[in-house]
Each structure stands twice: as structure tokens, then as C-alpha cells.
Design a protein around this ligand. Structure first.
Ligand code: PLP
Length: 355
């Protein structure tokens, strides 16, 4: 009986959530006399290693309660990254097949991770072909296209229900600045920034939302020009964030500020993070950190005290042969040294030197 299967599937997802402890909120060490605290919400400790564990659970729950998934359904996605890894995990839990459409350039590590959880990768030559191919595959096999880029902002409960925002605010409740001045995140689907932005408005906190964007991404241009059709056609080099087009789940209205960040700066930042805190993170965490440093420098300049929160989005082990490889970085012509020097200067003086 479909209702029984759907009911037991939902119960399994709820049980998984119940088994999972909440992710940590770490302190990034800043000089105490600044009167500003920087926090890192560590989403890399989720069972599937990234912030996408929450989204994957929400997307599958959303499809279940909408009657779009049944016993024996095949789940389809367009993602080469963290989302596919997490969706494969939940599909296996529900005894469903999972196939994700990925660009042929996807790293073997990511493919191995998706296959480790029982998923199958379907390759396309160009990243821009992923959406249509996922639609076609789902229609061909009578499966369901989970479509993170469209449904991320709809599937996540922005009011609470232990979403990432509610978790952060409850973990800050005993800190000296419990209501952060800024929350800094990147955008891949745009779902995470939408959840934070809606939550702080719903709770009437005067917390501002800043979204960082890597080189070649369409989000910054789309937001700055208020043009949802803005495109760059350029794939991002920082996994998980930055898109060649403005995705449907990107909600510009909740964003107070966008900060473009050079890719080399993102990579320099995660290496600095590892040395200063032993936290080993992926590139999008570096992009977050550079944005957070800039805002903290401005707060210091303006005599503002308070707290800033950003995310560790996924773990660094996935990027051993890329972002943490000097050869790989050099092949891309990225000079990390000037970015490193700027961050070191900031951490000792509080001043952020412009490029
Ligand atoms: C590693 C990583 N960081 C950040 C993000 C951005 O999250 P969102 O899709 O919620 O905008 C993603 C999204 O895929 C990601 O994989």
C-alpha cells in the first residue's frame, strides 16, 4: 500500500534525523580586545560530510509528502557534488535507486563517494546539459527528478524545525553577542542563504545576510543588476558554490550584501584555517571566511562590536588532490601568497587591505 510505504519512508528519515547529533558551532580565534566574535558552523560533520545532508533529507521528504516518490521509484538529480552524495545515502536508506547527472570532469573522489552510497553517475559533456538530461532520464525511467536548484528554497522549512538557522541561534544563546551582526554564506542552489534570510526576518532579528560569490558566477551580477536572467556561462572552480546562471532557489530579496571573492583567496583561506584551527575544509568554506574577514574589518573600522557567523560547508579530505595540492593550484596559475599576506595582516591589525 503506497500510504504505508510513504509513512514508513518518512519514519525512516525522521529516525535518521533523530540519530544525528546537531553540528558544532566552533569559535575562530580573534584578538579578544576587538570585541568581535567569529563562529564557524561545522556542517562537515554530518553523516554524509556536508551541509547538503540537511537539504537532501528535506528534498526527499518534500517529494514524499507531495506523492512524487513511491516504492520502487528511481530518484534522479543534477549534481556532481555534495547534494548527490547525500541523496544517494538517503535513497539507499529507502531502498530506492539513485542516479545523478554529472559533468564528465567530475573528480573521481566525488564519483567514488556517490557510488559508495549506492548511487550511479550518468555523464554529460557540458555542465549546462545537466538539467535537461536529468529531466529526460527521469521521464525515461518513470523516476522523480529531485531538482535541488528549483526546490531547495521550497523544501527547507525556514520557520525552524531545527533548520540550520534555528540551530545557529540556539547555539549562540549563551554567547556575549547572541544575535549575530552578520551571517555569511555562499550560494550553490541559494537554499542556505534563503533559509537564513527568511529565518532572521521571521524572528525579527536585525542580523544581516551576506552572500559571497566566486569568480565567474552569475549570482553577483544577477543580484547587483536585479536581473534573474543574468548568466555568465562560466562553471565555478569552487565546488558547491557559484553557478553559470541565477538558479531558481536564489532569493535576492533576503540578501543585504554580496561579496565577490577571488578563487585564489578562497584556497588561501582554507589553508590558513587549517593551520590556525586544524579544521580541514573545502573551498566554499574559504570563500565564506574571506567574506567574514572583510565584514569584521569594516565593523572594527566603524567601532561596531558583535558576532559574525559563517559555515564550514564540507570537509577538506575531498580536496586533497585539488585545493590542497600545490601542483594543482599552480596549474591554475593561482598565487595564494598575496591573499595569505592580506589575511595575516588583517588577523594581526584588524585592517583589510583592498587589492
Ligand atoms: C560544499 C558546498 N558549499 C556550499 C554550498 C552552497 O549551498 P546552497 O546550495 O544551499 O546555496 C554547496 C551547495 O551545493 C556545497 O556543496
Amino acid at each position: 500500500m503506497t500510504a504505508d510505504w510513504t509513512g514508513s519512508a518518512i519514519a525512516m528519515l525522521e529516525a535518521d534525523a533523530n540519530r544525528s547529533a546537531d553540528t558544532h558551532l566552533h569559535v575562530f580565534p580573534l584578538p579578544a580586545e576587538w570585541g568581535i566574535d567569529l563562529y564557524l558552523k561545522d556542517e562537515s560533520v554530518h553523516p554524509t560530510g556536508s551541509l547538503k545532508h540537511r537539504l537532501a533529507r528535506s528534498l526527499i521528504l518534500y517529494a514524499l509528502v507531495n506523492g512524487r516518490i513511491h516504492d520502487g521509484s528511481t530518484l534522479v538529480e543534477a549534481s556532481s557534488g555534495s547534494t548527490a552524495v547525500s541523496e544517494a545515502y538517503f535513497a539507499r536508506m529507502l531502498g530506492l535507486s539513485f542516479v545523478t547527472v554529472v559533468p564528465r570532469s567530475t573528480s573521481q573522489e566525488k564519483i567514488d563517494l556517490i557510488e559508495f552510497y549506492g548511487g550511479r553517475c550518468h555523464f554529460v559533456d557540458a555542465a549546462s546539459d545537466m538539467y535537461a538530461e536529468a529531466e529526460r532520464l527521469a521521464a525515461e525511467c518513470g523516476g522523480h527528478y529531485l531538482d535541488q536548484f528549483t526546490y531547495a528554497e521550497r523544501a527547507t522549512d525556514w520557520r525552524g524545525n531545527n533548520n540550520i538557522a534555528e540551530s545557529v541561534f540556539s547555539q549562540l544563546s549563551r554567547e556575549r553577542h547572541p544575535i549575530p551582526s552578520w551571517i555569511v554564506v555562499g550560494a550553490g542552489t541559494g537554499g542556505t542563504s534563503a533559509t537564513f534570510g527568511r529565518y532572521v526576518r521571521y524572528r525579527r532579528h536585525d542580523t544581516r545576510i551576506a552572500v559571497v560569490d566566486p569568480e565567474g558566477s552569475a549570482f553577483y551580477g544577477g543580484w547587483a543588476n536585479q536581473d534573474p536572467s543574468f548568466t555568465t556561462g562560466t562553471p565555478s572552480r569552487i565546488e558547491g558554490i557559484g553557478r553559470p546562471r541565477v538558479e531558481p532557489s536564489f532569493v535576492p530579496g533576503i540578501i543585504d550584501e554580496m561579496i565577490p571573492v577571488p578563487d585564489a583567496a578562497s584556497i588561501a583561506a582554507i589553508r590558513l584555517l587549517k593551520q590556525r584551527t586544524l579544521h580541514w575544509a573545502g573551498g566554499s568554506t574559504g570563500t565564506n571566511l574571506v567574506g567574514a574577514f572583510q565584514l569584521i574589518a569594516r565593523m572594527l573600522r566603524d567601532g561596531e562590536r558583535g558576532s559574525v557567523v559563517t559555515l564550514i560547508c564540507d570537509g577538506g579530505a575531498r580536496y586533497l588532490d585539488t585545493y590542497y595540492s600545490d601542483d594543482w593550484v599552480a596549474e591554475r596559475g593561482w598565487d595564494l601568497a598575496p591573499h595569505r599576506a592580506r589575511m595575516e595582516h588583517f588577523l594581526s591589525s584588524g585592517e583589510w587591505r583592498e587589492e
